[in-house]
Design a protein. Structure first.
Length: 329
């Protein structure tokens, strides 16, 4: 049943909360970016996918990829977080599953989550220097890693992904798409313009905040917001983003969801595509995970948290299906 793929609490945390948890320390951690500790890691793990009754809208797409590619294969989960996709890969019949994350708290949780699977190994690792030999894995997934990767590390992320894949190997990379940075997504068709004004007034009042904890205190409420993003101008003042052309690739931004704010990095769709191709990987297909039929199914299951057509007209997430060329190619 397609409706079972959706859960209201899952969705309103999804776009950025998932990004936050995966890989804060991909490279040198910049000012104001916080690393997840034990409490935050547990909060994420308990809220996402360990309860298999809770399915997010991208779950069936990623699961379908693993069902097709993982059986009998060596699988890698890059920046694996609390390990739920490692577990999914094992359940799909992978010969072996390796997952790594730079956060020790996440690694501990991932090991706990996959302890019943002898085929799964979880390690501490960094995307810019993956702890594996060349041509090791048949299949790899990298979900929400790019929005937490500093620009100086981004090229290495894709180069390392290409290096550890066998020739002909397949990969699935999930990236935030351009519209998610410039749109204000709301519940129940609440007027975007009105919500923008509320956020802009708060930003005017609190334009000099420097820490995520301060921002979360200042922006309590606004629960009609699914996601909105803001950045700093040349003077260091916070502003609500309304056009991605206001941003430069690798720029530090902040995401406001229904209940929290946290930092990310901005990258355009073109930049991510160029980096992928420059690494030597082939882009076989690009897919929008949030389709109109899924939006309608979500709204049917959640009458008090209706999602507007903004989600399908301006897709916030894209999946990149990649492959490593064979020697003959």
């Amino acid at each position: 049943n397609s409706v079972s793929y959706f859960d209201v609490y899952q969705f309103r945390q999804l776009f950025y909360f998932s990004c936050l948890s995966i890989c804060w320390k991909m490279a040198e951690t910049p000012l104001n970016h916080s690393n997840y500790g034990y409490i935050e890691s547990n909060a994420y793990a308990n809220d996402h996918m360990h309860d298999k009754s809770k399915k997010t809208f991208q779950y069936p797409v990623v699961r379908k990829f693993l069902e097709a590619e993982a059986p009998g294969k060596k699988v890698l989960d890059i920046a694996c977080g609390p390990g739920y996709w490692c577990r999914e890969a094992a359940e799909c019949g992978a010969k072996s599953v390796d997952g790594f994350d730079i956060q020790e708290e996440m690694v501990q949780l991932a090991r706990q989550a996959t302890s019943q699977y002898s085929s799964v190994k979880i390690s501490v690792g960094d995307v810019k220097n993956m702890p594996y030999d060349d041509n090791t894995f048949d299949v790899a997934i990298s979900l929400y890693a790019t929005c937490n990767t500093p620009m100086k590390t981004m090229t290495r992320h894709f180069e390392e992904l290409c290096r550890v894949l066998v020739p002909g190997g397949k990969a699935l990379v999930l990236n935030l798409s351009g519209p998610v940075f410039e749109k204000v997504y709301t519940f129940n068709n609440i007027d975007e313009a009105g919500v923008r004004k509320k956020i802009e007034k708060l930003l005017e009042k609190h334009s000099d905040l420097t820490s995520v904890s301060e921002m979360n205190k200042a922006f309590q409420g606004l629960e009609e917001v699914v996601t909105a993003c803001f950045a700093r101008d040349d003077k260091g003042s916070l502003f609500l983003i309304n056009d991605i052309h206001q941003l430069t690739n690798g720029q530090e931004i902040w995401g406001k969801t229904q209940f929290m704010i946290f930092p990310n990095y901005f990258y355009s769709d073109k930049y991510l595509m160029d980096e992928t191709l420059a690494s030597g990987l082939c882009v076989d297909a690009v897919e929008n995970t949030f389709t109109e039929d899924r939006r309608m199914a979500y709204n049917l299951a959640n009458p008090n948290a209706q999602l507007s057509k903004t989600f399908t007209e301006h897709p916030p997430i894209l999946l990149y299906y990649l492959s490593k060329p064979t020697v003959s190619q």
